[in-house]
Design a protein around this ligand. Structure first.
Ligand SMILES: [Zn+2]
Length: 838
């Protein structure tokens, strides 16, 4: 405590002086600090200007929603980012003004008011002190006998000077003690408040960006997917161009080989008849709304005017039975830009924007025939003739309709033949299927190309365009084969086509629609969940993490679609998978959940949230919410209590090769997929009851494995293979079957190698079954497959990390076991021995 004694003493004066010197140097420090603070706030101000400049630049770059160029590179998506950037800039401005008030102003005030007060008080004190000294001197200089009135006047003066002096002295004390007091808290308060302002600044920024995080991830995931797709499309385009060149090459060689004349009518008839079936099939699929191009290319067309000159026109024959050609246009087409912008004229922001942009953008880039004028030939009432009217030109044919005749010239004999054949086929097909239900549209604009105002249908028609282009390539491919002397048979061609995973998988029940939102024709899949999803939902699945969903493309990720994966997917399907994942949702359509304080979300209120399955048109954020609660929180799954009976059921499901059963058990319970058989036996099944034995026998009787076992038995018992029967691993008889196939210490994967197929192995591996688990005899699943001669399963295990160096209790690797048991698949032996010698 300063000023313990208030008497004006030398100690008091000394103390005052020390304090004044202290406040003087504090003032200098404050001014230096203030300079730094000013620099900082000015910097923040410039930072704010920079932020706004950046946001504006990005906004300009992104363009509006009606700007087709910006739509093409994702401008509307960027607009959402500019809003965030502006917001962050504002936070910076708020921080700047807070620092200004809390620190700069306060410092300045301290220097200008408090410290200034000390100086002023000192001045007044000095002045008062001087006056007091003078008054005292005068008073003390009075002689004895001075007139009393003079004396009393001086005394009064002295008294007055003294009280002024005391007042000034206390004013100085007050000013100094104010400074002393403020010293203790003023700076701490200012700096801590500044720090708190920084904390708020970063918190706000974090919260804003955190909210945006899923959106940011989505955009970057989409960009990644686009990149993959573009790479793929570029490769495909290159491939198509190569193929196109090769075909041109072949055609020119072919036509030079096939002498110089046009083929006769009989020849065309034969080819025509054989391709009619194909055309009919294609046109039947068109009735279901899928339009394919049967053939397209340039033909010379003779004008109907008097001159009869020839014009080169691009003709398209499609599976709706329409033949049309494009005419030259005088003006530039209005372009697809306006069309895109009409989709885009909603200015609403948010994730709905992203989803719409994704859907419009994703299928963009098909530069369409719609903008080019065309003329349609009515084939239904037409006939075709192989010659030209009043012309001896080669490669000609005529289409004769009641209203108009078209004389056309192909560019080669082959070309001519193919056009005639396909048009004939289409006419035949039109005639045979003609009925009131299949009215022909007047122009290609009429159907398929029709653009409705709703988002979803513009999406579909864009999708259809895409499909048409793809079909075009495959048609081209097919016609290529047809043109060869050795034609591939119908079945073979169908087989070729259906080999694509997307074709195989979309036939599985429920797979025609996205498992999560119901969007049509999903072309993404979750490998471990066994479901097909649309592109939007696939993005959400990616964000779930691979421990929940492993997303792959049906069309782009060709390598993952191994037979085992296809088998698994064929056994599951969206309908089944949803019966497990949405069981509780299905029971009443809408799911209602109580999200209390202990519930899923941290909230104090008792809340009821209604979950409804999203539809394709719903916003991506709704889909995201749904997918999270569906797969991550398993909210709609009817969970089982974990007990031994679940483990037993899993066991039984694998034994019966029941993939659906096992999948359901994996999802609904947390039972360890790597559980070992003997543990199971000892705890849950102390005694093998008669009923149980009967059940086992029943199961093994219908088990496909029992058939294989008996085959194996005959085989190993035959004279062809005397060595096999000596190996005690291969002793197979009924007692082994009833004794649970020697399953001591087996895992589910071991069991699957005995009783199930590759799909089951795939399912187990997808759910982290340990590929190198050992049974009580030290054998891995690979050992077991080798012993049983199961080459397909062995190959699968080898591609999935099965250890070729694992040794059983006798110290034998799978390769040694294979050699001993006369395992004869060369490929597997090579795989085993390759690493064997390494
Ligand atoms: Zn979906």
């Amino acid at each position: 405590m300063h000023f313990a004694k208030l008497d004006d003493s030398p100690m008091f004066r000394k103390q005052i002086q020390t304090l004044e010197e202290g406040s003087e140097s504090l003032g200098e420090r404050c001014l230096k600090f203030y300079k730094g603070c000013r620099k900082y706030t000015e910097g923040l101000g410039e930072g704010y200007d920079g932020d706004i400049a950046f946001a504006s630049a990005l906004e300009t770059f992104g363009g509006g929603h009606n700007d087709p160029i910006s739509v093409a590179f994702g401008g509307p998506v960027m607009t959402k980012f500019t809003i965030a950037l502006r917001e962050i800039g504002t936070y910076k401005e708020v921080l700047r003004s807070q620092v200004e008030n809390m620190l700069n102003e306060r410092l300045l005030q301290f220097v200008n008011l408090d410290l200034h007060d000390v100086k002023e008080a000192r001045k007044r004190f000095d002045k008062a002190s001087l006056l007091y000294d003078q008054a005292r001197e005068k008073f003390l200089a009075l002689r004895k006998g001075t007139r009393s009135d003079v004396a009393s006047l001086l005394e009064e003066e002295l008294h007055h000077a003294r009280s002024t002096f005391e007042q000034a002295r206390f004013n100085l004390v007050t000013a100094l003690s104010t400074v002393e007091a403020k010293k203790r808290f003023e700076f701490l308060e200012a700096v801590s408040e500044t720090m708190a302002a920084h904390l708020r600044y970063f918190k706000q920024g974090y919260e804003l960006l955190h909210q945006m995080e899923p959106y940011i991830n989505q955009v970057s995931t989409y960009a990644k997917q686009s990149k993959e797709r573009s790479n793929y499309e570029q490769a495909a385009l290159n491939e198509r161009m190569q193929e196109y060149k090769r075909q041109i090459d072949r055609e020119s060689r072919w036509s030079s080989n096939v002498s110089n004349g046009s083929p006769n009518g009989d020849g065309i008839q034969t080819i025509g008849r054989s391709s009619h079936k194909m055309i009919e099939a294609v046109m039947l699929s068109a009735a279901k709304g899928k339009v394919q191009t049967i053939r397209q290319g340039y033909l010379s067309k003779r004008s109907s005017n008097l001159r009869g000159d020839w014009k080169r026109r691009f003709f398209v024959l499609d599976s709706r039975g329409m033949l049309y050609y494009y005419r030259k246009r005088s003006s530039k087409p209005s372009g697809s830009g306006s069309q895109l912008s009409s989709q885009r004229n909603s200015s609403e922001l948010g994730s709905g924007l992203l989803s719409r942009w994704l859907s419009s953008h994703y299928h963009g880039g098909v530069h369409d025939e719609k903008s080019v004028a065309h003329h349609t030939v009515n084939l239904l009432t037409s006939t075709i003739k192989v010659d030209a009217d009043q012309s001896d030109l080669r490669f000609c044919f005529r289409i004769i309709s009641p209203t108009k005749n078209y004389t056309l010239q192909a560019e080669s004999a082959l070309d001519q033949m193919d056009w005639i054949e396909k048009i004939t086929g289409v006419i035949a097909s039109l005639l045979s299927s003609q009925g009131p239900e299949r009215g022909l549209p007047a122009s290609p604009m009429g159907s398929g190309h029709h653009r409705s105002t709703s988002e979803s249908s513009s999406f579909e028609s864009a999708d259809y365009d895409h499909g048409a282009v793809e079909e075009y390539t495959s048609e081209r491919f097919a016609s290529l084969h047809m043109d060869r002397p050795l034609r591939i048979s119908q079945q073979q061609r169908t087989a070729l086509k259906t080999e694509k995973p997307i074709d195989v998988l979309k036939k599985v029940c429920g797979n025609d629609r996205c498992a999560d939102c119901g969007a049509p024709e999903p072309d993404w899949a979750s490998l471990n969940l066994g479901v097909l999803v649309c592109i939007e939902c696939s993005g959400v699945h990616r964000n779930l993490g691979v421990h929940i969903s492993k997303v792959r493309s049906l069309t782009l990720d060709v390598k993952v679609w191994e037979p085992s994966v296809l088998n698994l997917f064929q056994s599951l399907g969206n309908t089944f998978a949803n019966s497990v994942w949405e069981e509780l949702l299905h029971s009443n359509g809408v799911f209602q959940v109580d999200l209390g304080p202990s519930g899923l979300y941290r909230t104090n209120k008792q809340q009821m949230v209604y979950f409804n399955k999203p539809s394709p048109a719903d916003s991506i954020s709704m889909k995201e919410k749904f997918i999270h609660v569906k797969y991550e929180d398993k909210l709609f799954v009817r969970k089982q209590k974990e007990n031994q009976s679940v483990a037993q059921q899993m066991w039984d499901a694998v034994r019966a090769n029941d993939k659906k059963g096992l999948y359901g058990l994996i999802v609904t319970s947390e039972t360890d997929i790597n559980a070992i058989y003997n543990q199971l036996e000892t705890t849950s099944n102390p005694s093998l009851t008669l009923a149980k034995v009967m059940l086992l026998q029943e199961q093994t009787a219908i088990d496909p494995y029992s058939a294989e076992l008996s085959l194996h038995k005959t085989f190993s018992g035959s004279s062809l293979n005397p060595t096999k029967s000596t190996s005690d691993d291969v002793i197979v008889n009924n007692s082994v079957i009833i004794d649970d196939l020697d399953l001591d210490g087996c895992s589910l994967l071991h069991l699957a190698c005995e009783t199930a197929d590759i799909g089951m192995i795939e399912l187990l591996l997808q759910y982290a079954a340990y590929v190198n688990a050992t049974d009580s005899k030290g054998r891995t699943p690979l050992h077991r497959c080798i012993i049983r001669g199961k080459t397909t399963l062995a190959k699968l295990l080898l591609t999935r990390g099965a250890d070729t160096q694992a040794v059983d209790e006798k110290g034998k690797t799978p390769f040694q076991v294979a050699v001993e048991s006369n395992f004869d698949d060369v490929e597997v032996l090579a795989l085993l021995s390759d690493t064997h010698h390494r």
